[in-house]
Design a protein around this ligand. Structure first.
Ligand SMILES: [Zn+2]
Ligand SMILES: [Zn+2]
Length: 159
């Protein structure tokens, strides 16, 4: 049995692989050629069950990212942990609730529900599934940052 920190590192590796795959393929699905199979955002506000609503090709294309890490990094314990975390993360970001005490907030650079909510609302930007770094590096979170700052100013005025 590998040490717990090695299992955690493998699990994190699975998340990094999935997130990178998801960012680029998801961004491609927003291109006008592929947008007709990206039906996942048919609802403008996400909710838990809606997380699994997708075109079969969309499921195949984006789901492959979760499998690459399994094939490359997982034994049975890491597989159990990775699938559990991925499932919880998917439901969390589609829940519509930003729960401050959620243990998922302990994941470094975790995107979370407000991040994915904005993708549904705006349809441009915030393409990553788990982490914020690809959107940050490639500037596809600029509208989200502007929106967040605008909302903070409005909240300050109403206090
Ligand atoms: Zn999308
Ligand atoms: Zn979604």
């Amino acid at each position: 049995m590998p040490r717990w920190y090695l299992q955690l590192a493998r699990c994190f590796g699975c998340a990094v692989i999935e997130d990178t795959w998801h960012y680029f393929l998801h961004r491609l699905l927003h291109h006008k050629i592929y947008i007709y199979i990206h039906i996942h955002h048919e609802f403008q506000a996400p909710f838990g069950m809606e997380a699994e609503y997708a075109h079969p090709l969309e499921t195949l294309i984006l789901g492959t990212g979760s499998l690459i890490g399994i094939v490359r990094l997982c034994d049975h314990v890491v597989l159990w942990a990775w699938v559990t975390i991925r499932f919880l993360e998917t439901i969390d970001v589609h829940s519509g609730y930003d729960i401050p005490l959620s243990p998922l907030n302990l994941i470094p650079f975790y995107a979370g529900p407000p991040y994915h909510n904005f993708h549904y609302m705006n349809f441009i930007g915030n393409y990553a599934s788990t982490f914020t770094w690809w959107d940050r590096i490639l500037g596809t979170d600029s509208q989200f940052i502007a929106y967040t700052e605008k909302m903070k100013k409005i909240e300050k005025k109403t206090e």
